[in-house]
Design a protein around this ligand. Structure first.
Ligand SMILES: Cc1ncc(C[n+]2csc(CCOP(=O)(O)OP(=O)(O)O)c2C)c(N)n1
Ligand code: SF4
Ligand SMILES: [Mg+2]
Length: 339
């Protein structure tokens, strides 16, 4: 549904006022989520926001104030979201995590969420530091990056997108909090994807990681960003001509008939449905010191955790005792399955 078909107004997608530092990249992400949800006409009462702990994990308070929400523990967004999806697969899940929350303490949970293809939009607001605890290096901080104190990172970083691709994730993208043109259509497409949609968003921390020597500052990202595609999202009811320069356009169709169009910018041959090409491309970008952004890989054919486990669309809490208590034969069948 798009805004013209929905009864919701932009204000229905707002949350409480942000308490983050002025200029924080995370607030830009919040604004882009609001724009994407409004423009899709999502029913905010059908959305659940899940997060861990961190400045990034506070942001669900600042958007979709009418939606459900679980602010969980540090590094536990993924398992809590997996449980929530198992009980409420009827809801649209959006997870907001930090680079510390996902790539350090929460890495195990993240890996298993992707392995299960739990249907949700999984956002990593990636600033390369633990913002909430005053700016220590996180696991996504590049080797050689400098802290404000002058300390240099001596360890390899984890590339969340490469890892997601390797784990079999069927929607993997990277963007920049300051790039609405790229991020809004990516978010809209992610909401339409049926499994886990990972978007790693570089989101500068203006207080602890926006100086010379940082590899996650506004300046550094602007100078090193190599944008893969020009993106356009069209909802099923829309008949919009997307403005674009001439060239080949790849189209991805989602289950409800909406469409994402992709026109390659830097590599005319790039095929967004080729997982190996994506892994290769990210590897080359990393060795050359580029920050590649765009949609790296998408596949709409696979079944998510919900279909694989045949999970009911009815909320678990609404089942009656009789429905939950199977007869003797069912019990025997279940017991047999575990023998
Ligand atoms: C189990 C546990 N360990 C450590 C902490 C302390 N802690 C809170 S937030 C945080 C890191 C936050 O970094 P990130 O997830 O990158 O979010 P950001 O603040 O940068 O957005 C840490 C280490 C905690 N709250 N709980
Ligand atoms: S400390 Fe950094 S990440 Fe946290 S709110 Fe401030 S600018 Fe944002
Ligand atoms: Mg962080």
């Amino acid at each position: 549904m798009n805004p013209s078909m929905s009864s919701f107004e932009k204000k229905d997608y707002l949350g409480s006022a942000s308490t983050l530092c002025v200029g924080c990249g995370h607030d830009q992400i919040t604004n882009h989520i609001i724009t994407a949800c409004f423009s899709l006409g999502l029913d905010p009462y059908q959305v659940i926001k899940v997060s861990g702990i961190g400045c990034s994990s506070k942001t669900p308070a600042y958007f979709l104030g009418k939606s459900f929400g679980i602010n969980s523990m540090h590094g536990r967004m993924a398992p809590v979201a997996t449980g929530s999806i198992a009980c409420r697969s009827d809801l649209i899940h959006i997870g907001i995590s930090g680079d510390g929350d996902t790539a350090s303490i929460g890495l195990g949970g993240f890996v298993h969420l992707i392995r299960r293809d739990a249907p949700m939009v999984y956002i990593i607001a990636n600033n390369g530091v633990y913002g909430l605890t005053k700016g220590q290096f996180s696991a996504t901080s590049e080797m050689g990056a400098h802290l404000k104190t002058g300390e240099i990172n001596i360890f390899q970083n984890i590339d969340i997108c490469s890892l997601s691709l390797e784990l079999g994730c069927n929607f993997v993208a990277r963007s920049f909090s300051g790039d609405a043109k790229q991020l809004v259509p990516l978010l809209k497409a992610a909401f339409k994807h049926r499994g886990t949609a990972v978007i790693d968003i570089i989101s500068p921390c203006v207080t602890f990681n926006n100086h010379d020597g940082s590899t996650k500052s506004f300046q550094f990202v602007k100078e090193h960003d190599v944008i893969l595609q020009e993106l356009g999202f069209i909802a099923p009811q829309e008949d919009i001509k997307i403005e674009s320069t001439p060239g080949e356009v790849q189209k991805i169709k989602f289950a409800d008939g909406s469409e994402l169009s992709l026109k390659n910018i830097n590599d005319q041959q790039y095929d967004v449905t080729d997982r190996l090409a994506a892994i290769n491309k990210l590897h080359i970008a990393r060795t050359e010191g580029h920050i590649l952004t765009g949609l790296f890989y998408v596949s709409e054919s696979n079944q998510s955790m919900v279909e694989k486990l045949n999970l009911p669309s009815k909320p678990l809490a609404e089942f009656s005792e009789n429905e939950l208590r199977g007869d003797k034969n069912t019990f025997e069948l279940i017991s047999k399955a575990f023998r």
